[in-house]
Design a protein around this ligand. Structure first.
Ligand SMILES: O=P(O)(O)OC[C@H]1O[C@](O)(COP(=O)(O)O)[C@@H](O)[C@@H]1O
Length: 341
């Protein structure tokens, strides 16, 4: 594996790296992923001096106040998608509709800046991308992705990148790249990301839901009782990236009637699910309180069964859900508590 790739053209460096995982990778996919990397490099550079509090004075389709940086990141990514000439349509958390990008080959859904509630405190934040084969996002599942990426803007800028089995022609794979801003070059920092089945590190999101979600409360007490180490920043990107790089742990964001789901399937949850499952971990949709009991009561013996986030159909551009990501055994423990009737 080449540790560092010498850039001869904007995409050559990535082509060299990805050919080690997928010798016959589609050049259009390489161009799309390279355009994503270029956008993340621009966002990383902008964050060095950007005002994390500056409000844009506008709100997105969900009424969330938009920060200047949200709109800057959103704009720079759409521009790079157009410039790649390999993206048919794209949509984002800020613009949740399929916008024509004028290219052909792939469709991209993204969250330009995940962590807008913590960026003013200068915590690590990120950008999330899902890349689907062909044209269209609505009606797709995460399992139809060709690739997904998660940029982490912390002390260093990293890009965790997953290639689906449809691209590697075998098992999906996840790797980690490091940005060298002075050379405008990315290198491989971890050739293969893996998550061990078990690891006593937890990141419990939407914790206020424990007030009216007895199964989530019981699980939280279990994690504390089993002396799990808490590693939670309030940013899904750095919190999941922790498990990918450290190779262990469990992240959850569980909804309840008082704290409904806010994470978006297309722009956040499906891309991260591909990364985690490509690293040998599992993803599961977090059920509402009592879902198992309700399913059992509904008769037909149909207990609520755990479902991979990758199998959820995006039957709208704003599907929101609760999730759990982590090692195989950690997600099994999550399911044991969540689907207990
Ligand atoms: O504050 P909570 O309820 O724990 O939830 C925080 C979650 O919301 C998010 O900030 C998502 O929201 P944004 O995409 O608007 O930043 C996640 O990154 C994070 O895991």
């Amino acid at each position: 594996m080449t540790a560092a790739a010498v850039a001869t053209s904007p995409t050559d460096w990535l082509d060299t790296i990805l050919k080690d995982y997928a010798p016959d990778i589609d050049p259009k996919l390489v161009k799309t992923l390279s355009a994503i990397a270029t956008a993340c490099e621009g966002i990383s550079r902008h964050l060095w001096t950007a005002d994390g509090e500056a409000k844009a004075g506008s709100s997105n389709a969900y009424g969330d106040d938009q920060l200047d940086i949200d709109l800057y990141a959103d704009h720079i990514i759409f521009e790079e998608m157009k410039a790649s000439k390999c993206v048919a349509v794209a949509a984002s958390e800020e613009k949740p509709q399929e916008l024509e990008m004028g290219g052909e080959g792939y469709s991209v859904a993204f969250d330009p800046l995940d962590g807008s509630s913590i960026i003013d405190a200068n915590f690590a934040v990120g950008s999330i991308f899902g890349v689907w084969h062909g044209r269209g996002l609505q009606g797709r599942t995460g399992r139809e992705q060709a690739a997904s990426c998660m940029a982490v803007y912390g002390p260093r800028t990293h890009l965790a990148l997953a290639l689906a089995g449809s691209v590697t022609r075998g098992a999906p794979v996840a790797m980690d790249l490091l940005l060298h801003p002075e050379k405008r070059l990315w290198t491989v920092s971890k050739a293969k990301l893996t998550i061990a089945p078990a690891g006593k590190v937890f990141a419990p999101g939407n914790l206020r839901a424990t007030s009216d979600h007895p199964q989530y409360k019981a699980l939280f007490d279990h994690w504390v009782g089993q002396r799990y180490t808490l590693r939670y920043t309030g940013g899904m990107v750095p919190d999941v990236y922790y498990s990918l790089v450290k190779g262990k742990g469990v992240f959850a964001n569980v909804p309840s009637p008082s704290a409904p789901a806010k994470l978006r399937l297309l722009y956040e949850c499906a891309p991260i699910a591909l990364l985690v499952e490509a690293a040998g971990g599992r993803s599961v949709v977090a059920p509402a309180p009592g879902a198992a009991a309700a399913a059992a009561a509904a008769g037909g013996g149909g207990a609520a069964a755990p479902q991979s986030v990758l199998d959820v159909v995006a039957d709208g551009m704003d599907v929101r859900l609760g999730v759990c990501y982590g090692g195989v055994d950690e997600v099994a423990t999550f399911n044991r508590f969540m689907f207990a009737s």
